[in-house]
Design a protein around this ligand. Structure first.
Ligand SMILES: NC(=O)c1ccc[n+]([C@@H]2O[C@H](COP(=O)([O-])OP(=O)(O)OC[C@H]3O[C@@H](n4cnc5c(N)ncnc54)[C@H](OP(=O)(O)O)[C@@H]3O)[C@@H](O)[C@H]2O)c1
Length: 280
Protein backbone atom coordinates (compact mmCIF):
# COMPACT_ATOMS: atom_id res chain seq x y z
CA UNK A 1 0.00 0.00 0.00
CA UNK A 2 1.26 3.50 -0.82
CA UNK A 3 2.61 5.58 2.05
CA UNK A 4 -0.03 8.26 2.62
CA UNK A 5 1.81 9.95 5.51
CA UNK A 6 1.97 13.75 5.59
CA UNK A 7 5.63 14.86 5.27
CA UNK A 8 7.16 17.37 7.66
CA UNK A 9 9.12 20.51 6.82
CA UNK A 10 11.92 21.84 9.00
CA UNK A 11 11.60 25.55 9.82
CA UNK A 12 14.62 27.86 10.06
CA UNK A 13 14.94 27.27 13.83
CA UNK A 14 14.81 23.47 13.52
CA UNK A 15 11.13 23.07 14.48
CA UNK A 16 9.26 20.47 12.41
CA UNK A 17 5.84 21.26 10.95
CA UNK A 18 3.50 18.94 9.00
CA UNK A 19 3.32 20.16 5.40
CA UNK A 20 -0.46 19.72 5.36
CA UNK A 21 -2.85 20.92 8.03
CA UNK A 22 -6.48 21.90 8.53
CA UNK A 23 -7.66 25.50 8.10
CA UNK A 24 -10.40 26.94 10.31
CA UNK A 25 -11.23 30.32 8.72
CA UNK A 26 -15.01 30.80 8.53
CA UNK A 27 -15.80 27.78 10.68
CA UNK A 28 -18.24 29.20 13.25
CA UNK A 29 -17.13 28.65 16.86
CA UNK A 30 -20.09 26.34 17.53
CA UNK A 31 -18.97 24.04 14.69
CA UNK A 32 -15.23 24.23 15.25
CA UNK A 33 -14.69 21.57 17.90
CA UNK A 34 -16.52 18.97 15.82
CA UNK A 35 -14.78 19.94 12.58
CA UNK A 36 -11.32 19.81 14.18
CA UNK A 37 -12.04 16.49 15.91
CA UNK A 38 -13.15 15.08 12.55
CA UNK A 39 -9.97 16.37 10.94
CA UNK A 40 -7.80 14.85 13.67
CA UNK A 41 -9.61 11.54 13.23
CA UNK A 42 -8.89 11.74 9.48
CA UNK A 43 -5.18 12.07 10.24
CA UNK A 44 -4.55 15.83 10.26
CA UNK A 45 -1.89 16.81 12.82
CA UNK A 46 -1.65 20.55 12.13
CA UNK A 47 -4.38 23.12 12.75
CA UNK A 48 -4.35 26.75 11.56
CA UNK A 49 -6.45 29.25 13.53
CA UNK A 50 -6.35 32.96 14.40
CA UNK A 51 -7.74 35.38 16.93
CA UNK A 52 -9.67 36.90 14.04
CA UNK A 53 -11.55 33.62 13.44
CA UNK A 54 -13.02 33.63 16.96
CA UNK A 55 -12.54 29.87 17.34
CA UNK A 56 -9.22 29.41 19.17
CA UNK A 57 -11.00 28.14 22.31
CA UNK A 58 -12.83 25.44 20.35
CA UNK A 59 -9.66 24.42 18.49
CA UNK A 60 -7.96 23.93 21.85
CA UNK A 61 -10.89 21.91 23.20
CA UNK A 62 -10.78 19.61 20.19
CA UNK A 63 -7.04 19.00 20.51
CA UNK A 64 -7.38 18.29 24.23
CA UNK A 65 -10.37 15.98 23.72
CA UNK A 66 -8.79 14.12 20.81
CA UNK A 67 -6.71 11.96 23.10
CA UNK A 68 -3.61 12.81 21.07
CA UNK A 69 -0.48 13.85 22.92
CA UNK A 70 0.10 17.62 22.82
CA UNK A 71 3.30 17.21 20.80
CA UNK A 72 1.49 15.21 18.13
CA UNK A 73 -0.56 18.21 16.96
CA UNK A 74 0.99 21.40 15.58
CA UNK A 75 -1.15 24.48 16.31
CA UNK A 76 -0.71 27.90 14.70
CA UNK A 77 -2.53 31.07 15.69
CA UNK A 78 -2.26 34.74 14.71
CA UNK A 79 -2.24 38.10 16.42
CA UNK A 80 -5.30 40.17 15.66
CA UNK A 81 -5.05 43.48 13.79
CA UNK A 82 -6.05 45.55 16.83
CA UNK A 83 -3.04 44.33 18.82
CA UNK A 84 -0.08 45.71 16.88
CA UNK A 85 1.06 48.08 19.57
CA UNK A 86 3.97 46.20 21.26
CA UNK A 87 2.32 46.10 24.70
CA UNK A 88 -0.90 44.87 23.10
CA UNK A 89 1.04 42.24 21.15
CA UNK A 90 2.54 40.85 24.35
CA UNK A 91 -0.92 40.78 25.92
CA UNK A 92 -2.33 39.37 22.68
CA UNK A 93 -0.14 36.28 22.62
CA UNK A 94 -1.25 35.60 26.20
CA UNK A 95 -4.88 35.86 25.04
CA UNK A 96 -4.24 33.16 22.41
CA UNK A 97 -2.41 30.93 24.89
CA UNK A 98 -5.29 31.26 27.38
CA UNK A 99 -7.95 30.60 24.74
CA UNK A 100 -6.25 27.55 23.25
CA UNK A 101 -5.14 26.25 26.67
CA UNK A 102 -2.55 23.94 25.15
CA UNK A 103 0.60 25.40 26.69
CA UNK A 104 3.13 27.17 24.46
CA UNK A 105 2.03 27.80 20.89
CA UNK A 106 3.75 25.92 18.09
CA UNK A 107 3.71 28.90 15.73
CA UNK A 108 2.44 32.46 16.17
CA UNK A 109 2.06 34.94 13.32
CA UNK A 110 1.41 38.63 12.79
CA UNK A 111 -1.78 38.26 10.73
CA UNK A 112 -1.41 41.35 8.49
CA UNK A 113 1.38 43.95 8.18
CA UNK A 114 -1.09 46.91 8.26
CA UNK A 115 1.58 49.24 6.86
CA UNK A 116 -0.32 52.39 7.80
CA UNK A 117 -1.26 51.23 11.30
CA UNK A 118 1.61 51.62 13.73
CA UNK A 119 4.85 49.90 12.81
CA UNK A 120 4.93 46.15 12.22
CA UNK A 121 8.69 46.18 13.03
CA UNK A 122 7.83 47.10 16.63
CA UNK A 123 5.13 44.42 16.68
CA UNK A 124 7.66 41.87 15.43
CA UNK A 125 10.13 42.87 18.18
CA UNK A 126 7.39 42.17 20.75
CA UNK A 127 6.87 38.70 19.25
CA UNK A 128 10.64 38.11 19.30
CA UNK A 129 10.64 38.82 23.04
CA UNK A 130 7.78 36.39 23.64
CA UNK A 131 9.53 33.74 21.51
CA UNK A 132 12.70 34.16 23.59
CA UNK A 133 10.71 33.49 26.76
CA UNK A 134 9.20 30.32 25.30
CA UNK A 135 5.63 31.43 24.59
CA UNK A 136 5.87 30.03 21.05
CA UNK A 137 8.16 27.42 19.51
CA UNK A 138 8.35 29.48 16.31
CA UNK A 139 7.16 32.89 15.12
CA UNK A 140 6.32 34.15 11.67
CA UNK A 141 4.28 36.57 9.62
CA UNK A 142 1.32 36.51 7.29
CA UNK A 143 0.50 38.61 4.25
CA UNK A 144 3.92 40.28 4.33
CA UNK A 145 5.18 41.62 1.02
CA UNK A 146 8.88 41.66 0.09
CA UNK A 147 9.28 45.26 1.28
CA UNK A 148 7.82 44.38 4.70
CA UNK A 149 10.16 41.40 5.06
CA UNK A 150 13.14 43.50 4.01
CA UNK A 151 12.50 45.86 6.90
CA UNK A 152 12.35 42.94 9.38
CA UNK A 153 15.62 41.52 8.01
CA UNK A 154 17.34 44.92 8.29
CA UNK A 155 15.99 46.02 11.66
CA UNK A 156 15.35 42.90 13.78
CA UNK A 157 17.16 39.77 14.92
CA UNK A 158 14.92 36.83 14.07
CA UNK A 159 14.01 35.81 10.51
CA UNK A 160 10.33 34.78 10.43
CA UNK A 161 9.92 31.01 10.19
CA UNK A 162 7.04 31.33 7.72
CA UNK A 163 5.20 33.85 5.59
CA UNK A 164 1.55 32.79 5.21
CA UNK A 165 0.29 34.35 1.96
CA UNK A 166 -2.48 33.89 -0.59
CA UNK A 167 -1.35 31.28 -3.13
CA UNK A 168 -3.42 29.18 -5.56
CA UNK A 169 -3.21 28.36 -9.28
CA UNK A 170 -4.80 31.69 -10.28
CA UNK A 171 -2.42 33.62 -7.98
CA UNK A 172 0.76 31.58 -7.61
CA UNK A 173 2.98 34.44 -6.36
CA UNK A 174 6.25 33.27 -8.00
CA UNK A 175 8.26 36.31 -6.99
CA UNK A 176 7.29 36.50 -3.30
CA UNK A 177 7.63 32.74 -2.90
CA UNK A 178 11.14 32.87 -4.37
CA UNK A 179 12.04 35.73 -2.05
CA UNK A 180 10.74 33.79 0.97
CA UNK A 181 12.76 30.72 -0.04
CA UNK A 182 15.95 32.67 -0.69
CA UNK A 183 15.76 34.01 2.86
CA UNK A 184 14.93 30.80 4.71
CA UNK A 185 11.25 31.68 5.17
CA UNK A 186 8.84 28.83 4.38
CA UNK A 187 5.79 29.82 2.34
CA UNK A 188 2.41 28.83 3.71
CA UNK A 189 -0.26 29.03 1.01
CA UNK A 190 -3.63 30.26 2.23
CA UNK A 191 -6.77 29.63 0.17
CA UNK A 192 -4.96 26.72 -1.54
CA UNK A 193 -8.02 25.85 -3.65
CA UNK A 194 -8.89 29.52 -4.07
CA UNK A 195 -11.78 29.22 -1.58
CA UNK A 196 -13.42 27.05 -4.24
CA UNK A 197 -12.63 29.36 -7.19
CA UNK A 198 -10.48 26.79 -9.00
CA UNK A 199 -12.92 23.89 -8.70
CA UNK A 200 -14.55 24.40 -12.11
CA UNK A 201 -11.28 24.83 -13.97
CA UNK A 202 -11.13 22.75 -17.18
CA UNK A 203 -7.35 22.24 -17.10
CA UNK A 204 -7.46 21.01 -13.51
CA UNK A 205 -10.41 18.76 -14.37
CA UNK A 206 -8.48 17.27 -17.31
CA UNK A 207 -5.47 16.56 -15.10
CA UNK A 208 -7.80 15.09 -12.49
CA UNK A 209 -9.14 12.68 -15.12
CA UNK A 210 -5.57 11.72 -16.08
CA UNK A 211 -4.56 10.83 -12.52
CA UNK A 212 -7.97 9.65 -11.26
CA UNK A 213 -8.26 12.37 -8.60
CA UNK A 214 -10.56 15.29 -7.85
CA UNK A 215 -9.78 18.87 -8.85
CA UNK A 216 -9.22 19.73 -5.17
CA UNK A 217 -6.70 16.88 -4.81
CA UNK A 218 -4.85 17.83 -8.00
CA UNK A 219 -4.59 21.45 -6.84
CA UNK A 220 -3.47 20.55 -3.34
CA UNK A 221 -0.91 18.09 -4.74
CA UNK A 222 0.49 20.89 -6.95
CA UNK A 223 1.13 22.94 -3.79
CA UNK A 224 2.77 19.97 -2.04
CA UNK A 225 5.14 19.37 -4.97
CA UNK A 226 6.02 23.09 -4.99
CA UNK A 227 7.09 22.68 -1.37
CA UNK A 228 4.58 25.01 0.29
CA UNK A 229 2.69 24.30 3.50
CA UNK A 230 -1.10 24.14 3.05
CA UNK A 231 -4.15 23.84 5.31
CA UNK A 232 -7.31 23.53 3.23
CA UNK A 233 -10.52 24.18 5.15
CA UNK A 234 -13.56 21.98 4.90
CA UNK A 235 -16.53 21.67 7.22
CA UNK A 236 -17.53 18.53 5.31
CA UNK A 237 -16.01 15.33 6.71
CA UNK A 238 -15.76 13.61 3.32
CA UNK A 239 -13.94 16.61 1.80
CA UNK A 240 -11.60 16.90 4.78
CA UNK A 241 -10.68 13.25 4.18
CA UNK A 242 -10.33 13.85 0.42
CA UNK A 243 -8.00 16.80 1.04
CA UNK A 244 -5.48 14.78 3.04
CA UNK A 245 -5.35 11.85 0.57
CA UNK A 246 -2.53 13.40 -1.45
CA UNK A 247 0.52 11.32 -0.76
CA UNK A 248 -0.06 8.21 -2.85
CA UNK A 249 0.06 9.89 -6.27
CA UNK A 250 2.24 12.39 -8.12
CA UNK A 251 1.83 14.96 -10.85
CA UNK A 252 4.31 14.83 -13.72
CA UNK A 253 6.49 17.83 -14.59
CA UNK A 254 4.25 18.37 -17.60
CA UNK A 255 1.09 18.39 -15.44
CA UNK A 256 2.76 20.76 -12.96
CA UNK A 257 3.62 23.11 -15.86
CA UNK A 258 0.04 23.12 -17.13
CA UNK A 259 -1.11 24.21 -13.66
CA UNK A 260 1.67 26.82 -13.44
CA UNK A 261 0.31 28.26 -16.71
CA UNK A 262 -3.06 29.06 -15.04
CA UNK A 263 -1.43 32.11 -13.37
CA UNK A 264 -3.93 34.95 -13.83
CA UNK A 265 -2.42 37.25 -11.18
CA UNK A 266 -5.89 37.17 -9.64
CA UNK A 267 -6.08 37.86 -5.92
CA UNK A 268 -9.12 36.85 -3.89
CA UNK A 269 -8.16 38.69 -0.73
CA UNK A 270 -7.07 42.25 -0.09
CA UNK A 271 -3.73 43.61 -1.26
CA UNK A 272 -1.56 43.68 1.91
CA UNK A 273 0.00 46.99 0.80
CA UNK A 274 -3.44 48.58 0.98
CA UNK A 275 -5.16 46.65 3.77
CA UNK A 276 -5.21 48.58 7.04
CA UNK A 277 -8.45 47.45 8.64
CA UNK A 278 -8.43 47.29 12.42
CA UNK A 279 -11.44 45.93 14.35
CA UNK A 280 -12.98 47.96 17.20
N1 LIG B 1 -3.47 34.50 6.85
C1 LIG B 1 -4.56 34.89 6.22
O1 LIG B 1 -4.80 36.08 5.99
C2 LIG B 1 -5.53 33.84 5.76
C3 LIG B 1 -6.58 34.20 4.89
C4 LIG B 1 -7.46 33.20 4.48
C5 LIG B 1 -7.28 31.88 4.92
N2 LIG B 1 -6.27 31.57 5.79
C6 LIG B 1 -6.07 30.19 6.30
O2 LIG B 1 -5.99 29.31 5.19
C7 LIG B 1 -7.00 28.29 5.33
C8 LIG B 1 -7.47 27.82 3.97
O3 LIG B 1 -8.00 28.90 3.21
P1 LIG B 1 -9.57 29.14 3.00
O4 LIG B 1 -10.33 28.43 4.05
O5 LIG B 1 -9.79 30.59 2.87
O6 LIG B 1 -9.85 28.51 1.57
P2 LIG B 1 -9.67 27.09 0.87
O7 LIG B 1 -9.15 26.09 1.84
O8 LIG B 1 -8.92 27.32 -0.39
O9 LIG B 1 -11.17 26.73 0.45
C9 LIG B 1 -12.17 26.46 1.40
C10 LIG B 1 -13.51 26.32 0.65
O10 LIG B 1 -13.44 25.24 -0.28
C11 LIG B 1 -14.43 24.26 0.04
N3 LIG B 1 -13.78 22.94 -0.10
C12 LIG B 1 -12.76 22.46 0.66
N4 LIG B 1 -12.37 21.25 0.22
C13 LIG B 1 -13.16 20.97 -0.85
C14 LIG B 1 -13.22 19.85 -1.71
N5 LIG B 1 -12.41 18.80 -1.58
N6 LIG B 1 -14.13 19.88 -2.72
C15 LIG B 1 -14.97 20.94 -2.86
N7 LIG B 1 -14.95 22.03 -2.06
C16 LIG B 1 -14.05 22.03 -1.06
C17 LIG B 1 -14.88 24.55 1.44
O11 LIG B 1 -16.24 24.24 1.60
P3 LIG B 1 -16.80 23.25 2.77
O12 LIG B 1 -16.23 23.72 4.06
O13 LIG B 1 -18.28 23.44 2.68
O14 LIG B 1 -16.35 21.87 2.41
C18 LIG B 1 -14.68 26.06 1.53
O15 LIG B 1 -15.79 26.73 0.97
C19 LIG B 1 -8.08 29.00 6.16
O16 LIG B 1 -9.04 28.13 6.68
C20 LIG B 1 -7.22 29.70 7.18
O17 LIG B 1 -6.77 28.77 8.16
C21 LIG B 1 -5.39 32.54 6.19
Amino acid sequence: MADNTVPTITLNNGVQIPQLGFGTFQIPPADTKGAVLTALEAGYRHIDTAQMYGNEKQVGEAVRESGLARDEVFVTSKLNNNRHDPADAVAGIAVSIDALDLGPLDLYLIHWPLPEVGDYVQTWRALEGEYETGKARAIGVSNFQQTHLERLFAETAIVPAVNQIEVHPYFPQPSLRAFNTANGVVTEAWAPIGQGAVLDDAVLAAIGAEVGRTVAQVTLRWHIQRGDIIFPKSSTAARAAENIALFDFELSDEQMSRIDALDANRRLGPNPDEFNVVPE
